[in-house]
Design a protein around this ligand. Structure first.
Ligand code: PEP
Length: 251
């Protein structure tokens, strides 16, 4: 079975509601120019999830959130529960993004709880892994990704694993304009798949692994051509519909 091809846009803390709706509508309008084999996902800020879901209604564009709470509900001021996200009509949630690990102290312990909440509410996690520049320079990138997978993904059931997307995002390539080469991406994607196979066997061959880190129209095709790269998690370039769609044409 061919793996799903996915191009997901992480809008981060960008766009006001009206801008987000405009962006989503432009993605819908241009979607027809891209192969229907590509699954597009947009992940706007929480504040306009509803409006973006409304804007993509009737299209095959899916919507995801960028985070969810560790707990189901209760006295957790400022948090957003996975059930709330799911109730709006979101299908995905990004978890473990390096910005959340780095700036908000997310650990494997936190992420195990968030993953559990996501699955309990029917959301598909897009679980991010990736090494820092220091870790890459020290040759520790394989070990870092392995640990991030073993500490979280290994706790999933087979059924949960069948509904998981992984994003490999080298921290040194995020928002820096520096991209991993297609060879670097393939090398570590293949390694990640091996680590997954050590726990989940043949099911690892079905798990989409996305590349993220300054992916843009000019480099997407070369990266996506690699055997173990199943698409991209796109930051900056997802904020322009034209670029986001052009990345989808990289398949
Ligand atoms: C990201 O943060 O998920 C990302 C890939 O960002 P950018 O494309 O801007 O490097």
């Amino acid at each position: 079975m061919a793996r799903k091809k996915i191009v997901a846009g992480n809008w981060k803390m960008n766009t006001l509601p009206a801008e987000g709706v405009e962006l989503a509508k432009s993605v819908v309008a241009g979607r027809g120019e891209v192969c229907s084999c590509v699954n597009f996902i947009v992940c706007p800020p929480f504040t306009h999830l509803s409006q973006v879901i409304e804007a993509v209604k009737g299209s095959d564009i899916a919507v995801g959130a960028q985070n969810c709470a560790t707990e189901a509900k209760g006295a957790y001021t400022g948090e957003i529960a996975a059930s709330m996200i799911a109730a709006l009509g979101c299908k995905y949630v990004i978890l473990g993004h390096s910005e959340r690990r780095q700036y908000y102290g997310e650990t494997s312990e936190t992420l195990n709880k968030k993953m559990a909440q996501a699955y309990a509410n029917g959301l598909t996690p897009i679980y991010c892994v990736g090494e820092s520049l220091e870790e890459r320079k020290a040759g520790n990138h394989f070990a870092v990704c392995k640990a991030q997978i073993e500490e979280v993904v290994y706790n999933l059931t087979e059924e949960q694993f069948a509904n998981l997307v992984i994003a490999y995002e080298p921290v040194w390539a995020i928002g820096t304009g520096e991209t991993a080469t297609a060879e670097q991406a393939q090398e570590i994607h293949a390694y990640i798949r091996e680590v997954l196979a050590a726990k989940f066997g043949a099911a690892a061959a079905e798990c989409p692994i996305l590349y993220g880190g300054s992916c843009k129209p000019s480099n997407a095709a070369e990266i996506f051509a690699k055997e173990d790269v199943d698409g991209g998690l796109i930051g900056g370039a997802a904020l322009k519909a034209e670029d986001f769609l052009a990345i989808g044409k990289g398949f």
